[in-house]
Design a protein around this ligand. Structure first.
Ligand SMILES: Cc1cc2nc3c(=O)[nH]c(=O)nc-3n(C[C@H](O)[C@H](O)[C@H](O)COP(=O)(O)OP(=O)(O)OC[C@H]3O[C@@H](n4cnc5c(N)ncnc54)[C@H](O)[C@@H]3O)c2cc1C
Length: 181
């Protein structure tokens, strides 16, 4: 049986057993971006996430949720002391129900929300054309982080400034060619 083991940052990676693939958290994130992780999870009969302490496993909730959502096999969280918790929809549901919902207590956030209106020439695959104009609404332009195909995985502010400066300058030139020219 194939097994995929993901190791949280700061933990030693175990030697892989026969049929097992061990990924550090950085490798896990890199493979998530390239799509390679999906193929691995689809093949794996079993996946496990190694964490510091299962008892505080609310923190890797998002990773466990992602593993469970895309795995065909079983998913478990294990810690260095050998404690193990099988991940089922019931367990995930209870964790989510236990999350504190007061402001700034629940840590399910993204500071880099991007990719809501991706840019591209094909209206079937993109919301705006390469100039940022909406494919189906002629007088609507989008100039912000939503133009990217997805979240870029790094601090995006300068890239957003860059694409917005380029597209806004081009639009301004089209709207007032003589004054800017
Ligand atoms: C806590 C935090 C820390 C971050 N740190 C960094 C960092 O260190 N480096 C980095 O590169 N990135 C950082 N980012 C990410 C970066 O700030 C965002 O990716 C970037 O600001 C997104 O730019 P945007 O123009 O797409 O959207 P926004 O900056 O969110 O702009 C959207 C604008 O639309 C306005 N708006 C919304 N609805 C309407 C409406 N109906 N009508 C009119 N206006 C509306 C909003 O008021 C807002 O001004 C951070 C984000 C957060 C939340």
């Amino acid at each position: 049986m194939t097994r995929l083991t993901v190791v949280r940052s700061g933990m030693p990676a175990p030697n892989p057993a026969p049929g097992e693939t061990v990924l550090t958290y950085d490798q896990f994130r890199a493979e998530l971006r390239t799509g390679g992780l999906m193929k691995r999870l689809f093949r794996a009969g079993e996946s496990r996430l190694l964490v510091h302490r299962v008892s505080s496993a609310g923190r890797p909730l998002a990773t466990a949720l992602a593993l469970h959502a895309v795995s065909r096999g079983s998913v478990a969280i294990e810690d260095a002391d050998g404690r193990r918790r099988e991940i089922s929809l019931g367990v995930l549901g209870r964790w989510i129900a236990e999350l504190a919902l007061e402001p700034l207590q629940a840590s399910v956030v993204s500071a880099h929300v991007m990719g809501g209106c991706p840019l591209g020439p094909d209206p079937k695959r993109a919301v705006t054309d390469p100039s940022g104009r909406h494919h189906h609404l002629e007088n609507l332009y989008v100039f912000d982080g939503s133009l990217f195909p997805t979240s870029v995985g790094a601090n995006p502010q300068l890239s957003i400034y860059g694409i917005t400066a380029k597209l806004a300058t081009e639009l301004a030139a089209r709207l007032t060619p003589r004054r800017l020219g």
